[in-house]
Design a protein around this ligand. Structure first.
Ligand code: SF4
Length: 212
């Protein structure tokens, strides 16, 4: 069965692609070595022909370099937005993370940004309204409404939106409907204190139950 699996970077133990000067070998399935040249060329053209994409790349590299290992992510977000020249920031927040979103807004306002937030339950659209059946109503009467969150922030003409703890799938819908570029402030994980990588660190030990 293993032989049928398509191997790629996630199966690579080396990352020789990261640095020309190391002794690592590219694996036979290497995505870099076997890449279609036209795909690589297409990505280069996208940066070269779009000033916004180029700026995003350059400014994120500058933030990474300047704050490497020193700035927490929330500061990196502020620094990136400042360097991009953004003025108005949207926060799409889970209603359960309003305190954290308020703190994020405090930091953004300290930087001089205009900030507008919208909670997932705002609008109070019911599950019945959009066609839920009795069987999948789950918790509460109102849906989390990431489409409305994106629509409100689109109407506010925000320059960048920050996701603060939207549920899995709700974040997907928000990303599909937001006009403004998005970054993630908090990735929701109710079990790990919003640290979804933790079970991955422990997948061969405490979290091996996930593989059963
Ligand atoms: S590009 Fe090649 S060397 Fe780099 S991580 Fe992928 S498989 Fe490994």
């Amino acid at each position: 069965m293993c032989d049928e699996i398509k191997r790629s970077c996630i199966d690579c133990m080396g990352s020789a692609c990261e640095d020309d000067d190391n002794d690592m070998k590219y694996p036979p399935f290497c995505m870099h070595v076997n890449m279609k040249p036209e795909l690589r060329a297409e990505s280069v053209e996208k940066f070269r022909n779009n000033e916004e994409f180029l700026q995003m790349s350059m400014q994120s590299a500058a933030v990474e370099s300047e704050g490497y290992g020193v700035w927490p992510r929330v500061k990196e977000i502020c620094e990136f937005a400042k360097r991009m020249g953004y003025k108005k920031i949207g926060i799409a927040t889970c209603v359960g993370l309003l305190a954290e979103s308020r703190a994020m807004a405090k930091l953004l306002r300290h930087y001089g940004f205009e900030v507008v937030g919208i909670s997932c339950k705002s609008g109070q659209v019911t599950k019945q309204e959009i066609g839920y059946t009795d069987n999948n109503c789950g918790l509460g009467d109102y849906i989390c409404n990431p489409i409305l969150q994106a629509t409100v922030l689109n109407d506010e003409k925000t320059d960048m939106n920050i996701i603060m703890g939207l549920c899995v799938g709700h974040d997907t819908l928000f990303i599909k409907h937001s006009d403004a570029p998005i970054t993630v402030g908090v990735t929701k994980d109710r079990v790990t204190g919003h640290n979804p990588v933790q079970p991955l660190y422990q997948l061969n030990s405490y979290y091996s139950k996930l593989l059963k």
